[in-house]
Design a protein around this ligand. Structure first.
Ligand SMILES: CC(C)(COP(=O)(O)OP(=O)(O)OC[C@H]1O[C@@H](n2cnc3c(N)ncnc32)[C@H](O)[C@@H]1OP(=O)(O)O)[C@@H](O)C(=O)NCCC(=O)NCCS
Length: 186
């Protein structure tokens, strides 16, 4: 018997995504998304995410498709480096991978915050995330410097992979203006 063909994924430009700041009411669904996407995305306590939604909603976003949260990206602007957006975690629902949502969310955050530098960390085995950082640097015509932020030893070899820092910049406002994250803004 012939196998039924796999349903085709809608083409890249066929889906419309809405972006907005995260709210505390979203955390229930954001948490479910994170749980489903371990291990690369480190799962922290719900309390951490509530605090992000409460106090860092200007730098943390959710992306929705048909009123369902399908992606989340968190980060902050460190007080000591006000020209930098530090990206902490990004996650895209498995069914919505391949639409460039990680890159698009980061671009959106860089554009909204008008920062000159982007920083994000990757675990050495997370090729998808590392590729996305490299692509983002290329898109913005900026350098990407990689250094060790925290080693496995720093985590006392408890199974947490090293966190390699990718610092992208300087990002020129002209370069940034050339690109759109292509989201509908809520
Ligand atoms: C990293 C991540 C956010 C990237 O998602 P994304 O923005 O949809 O990725 P892209 O659009 O760049 O995907 C490019 C290709 O890689 C594939 N891909 C992306 N992530 C993948 C994964 N984890 N496993 C298998 N394939 C993956 C996509 O399906 C796509 O394939 P296609 O070109 O054939 O359609 C996503 O993989 C994810 O949520 N991973 C778990 C959490 C994580 O690692 N977060 C980053 C560290 S905090």
């Amino acid at each position: 018997m012939q196998k039924a063909p796999k349903p085709k994924k809608p083409k890249k430009n066929e889906l419309q995504f809405t972006v907005r700041s995260v709210k505390t009411e979203d955390i229930k669904n954001v948490y479910k998304l994170l749980v489903a996407n371990r291990p690369y995305v480190g799962l922290n306590s719900r309390y951490t995410y509530f605090l992000l939604a409460k106090d860092f909603s200007d730098t943390c976003i959710v992306v929705e498709h048909e009123d369902r949260i399908v992606a989340f990206s968190s980060g902050y602007v460190p007080r000591s480096r006000p020209d930098t957006f530090f990206s902490w975690e990004a996650v895209v629902d498995d069914a919505y991978r391949g639409y460039g949502l990680q890159r698009r969310m980061l671009l959106h955050q860089i554009k909204t915050l008008r920062v000159a530098y982007f920083e994000g960390t990757v675990n050495p085995s997370n090729q998808f995330s590392e590729n996305n950082f490299c692509e983002l640097a290329k898109l913005l015509n900026a350098k990407c410097e990689k250094t060790m932020l925290f080693s496995e030893e720093d985590f006392e070899n408890d199974g947490h992979e090293a966190e390699l820092l990718c610092r992208i910049g300087p990002i020129s406002p002209n370069e940034l203006a050339k690109h759109s994250a292509s989201f509908i803004e809520a």
